[in-house]
Structure formats: C-alpha cells, structure tokens
Design a binder for this molecule. Structure first.
Ligand code: ADP
Length: 243
C-alpha cells in the first residue's frame, strides 16, 4: 500500500488527571520517511505516538494521515483507518494469547482488514528471524520473540504508516538489526515510519530524530551518528532538568 503523509499541526493533549501530555507539537512526515522520537522519560513520546495514530483524541490541533482528519473522526471511522492504513508496534506487544504467531500476524485481516496472504505473513515472521514459529503460541515465546511477532504483525499488512513504541526494547543486537532492517525496507517501499526509542543506536538508523522535552519539540536532527544523538539526548535531558 502506498505511504501516506502524516502531519501534526499544533497538537496538544493533556491527561485529565493533570498528567503532562504534549503541547503544541507540529510534525511533518512524508511518505518514505523514517522519523525517531527521543527525549527523557516522561517527555511525552508515547503520548505523541498515540495522538498521531488516533489512539488518543487530541485536545487541540490537527492530525492528518493523507486525506484523513483523525482529530475530527468518529470512533468507527478511526477504527477503520487504524485497521486499513496503520501498523502499530505497542510497547507491551498486545499479542492475542489464544492465537498462534501466524494468526497474530494476520490479525487485522482476520478482523476484516486488507487481505494478508499466508505466504506474506510467514515471510514477515522470517524477516524478523522467526522462521518456523508460525504455529507457536505467544505464551511459549520469550519477550524478545514476542516483540518480533508484534513487529511482523505491524509490517505484514504493508501499512501506509507504521507507528512503533520502543520496538527494540526487548531485543539483543542481532534481533534489533533484523527489526531495523525491516523498518528500513518498509520505508524504502514508501511507507511512513514514526518510532519512539531511548536508544541512540536505534534512532541513528532513522532519517531524522525529533527530541521532546516537557511535552514540546525541543529540536530536530537529521543524518546524525549514534554518538551525536547520545550527546543531544544528554543536552535535552539537562535542559528538561533545568526547568
Ligand atoms: P514518555 O513516553 O516520554 O516517557 P509519556 O508520553 O508516557 O512520556 O508521558 C508524558 C507525561 O504524561 C508524563 O508526565 C506522564 O506522567 C504523563 N502521563 C502519561 N500517561 C498518563 C496517564 N495515563 N494518566 C496521567 N498522566 C499520564
């Protein structure tokens, strides 16, 4: 499926309980782009991802995926857009325990989304190093293997936009490389990738990195090495602590 332009303009979301959330975030992610989000813990990275994917209703601002205006959509239309256009790698994986790996990877199709061929689902598992795991249940897998099933699921439907929250958090170096290679391939095919990570080595694989501090965009960097990103992360953490 062709990639879609992801655009956030002046987006704010604050938790009812007084939690910080995000304030006045604007971000443009063209098709084929791969953007990382970094920042200190509590900076609003997951909140931003959830607003951009329509999982959280924004208080203010605009969120567009192509022509779709997520901030003004009803729940039924939002569900359809998420099912048909979006792949999401959740921090806690969100696998269905009663389903095999293959069924998990084909989940959106099983629930009425765009067709996913069995061969494509098997290939998605192979791409993240899970050859031969199609009939295995998540409960029989390690955390790292479960995370890779979540990645295979997010990518198998060839979504227009991929959102990933710490997609390598449970992975060793080899597993991370497989997952990052897979993201690189979907971006090269034209999908839009937006990924939260705390790891400069992971962010360095993306085309650009957005730093968040206290729920606001602090800076955006392109073409940086992992060492440069680690320096920027240290600076943003200090600038947050100064406030
Ligand atoms: P990050 O992903 O950068 O660690 P989050 O987006 O999870 O940050 O959180 C941003 C801010 O919003 C933090 O201050 C956090 O405490 C607050 N927050 C996050 N989730 C909730 C929630 N469900 N209820 C209240 N406050 C929340």
């Amino acid at each position: 499926m062709a990639g879609e332009f992801l655009s956030l303009e002046g987006v704010s979301y604050h938790y009812g309980s007084g939690g910080a959330g995000i304030t006045d975030v604007s971000l443009q992610c063209p098709p084929g782009s791969w953007t990382a989000i970094m920042g200190p813990s509590g900076a609003g990275k997951s909140t931003l991802l959830n607003c951009a994917s329509g999982l959280l209703p924004v208080d203010q601002g605009l969120v567009h995926i192509g022509q779709h205006d997520l901030a003004r959509m009803g729940e039924a239309d939002l569900t359809r857009v998420r099912r048909d256009l979006i792949g999401f790698v959740f921090q806690d994986y969100n696998l269905v325990e009663a389903f095999t790996c293959l069924q998990n990877v084909m989940l959106s199709f099983l629930f009425g989304g765009p067709r996913i061929e069995v061969d494509d689902a098997v290939r998605a598992l192979q791409a993240v190093g899970l050859d031969g795991f199609a009939d295995v249940y998540p409960s029989d897998m390690s955390g790292g293997q479960r995370q890779r099933v979540a990645v295979a699921r997010a990518l198998a439907s060839r979504p227009s936009v991929v959102f990933a929250d710490e997609p390598t958090g449970a992975l060793d170096t080899a597993g991370s490389q497989l997952v990052l290679d897979a993201f690189g391939q979907v971006a090269a095919r034209g999908s839009t990738v937006l990924m939260v990570t705390h790891d400069p080595d992971v962010a360095a694989r993306a085309g650009s990195t957005v730093f968040l501090v206290d729920g606001r965009i602090h800076s955006v960097w392109s073409g940086c090495t992992a060492e440069q990103l680690a320096m920027h992360l240290a600076e943003t953490t200090l600038s947050g602590a100064d406030r």
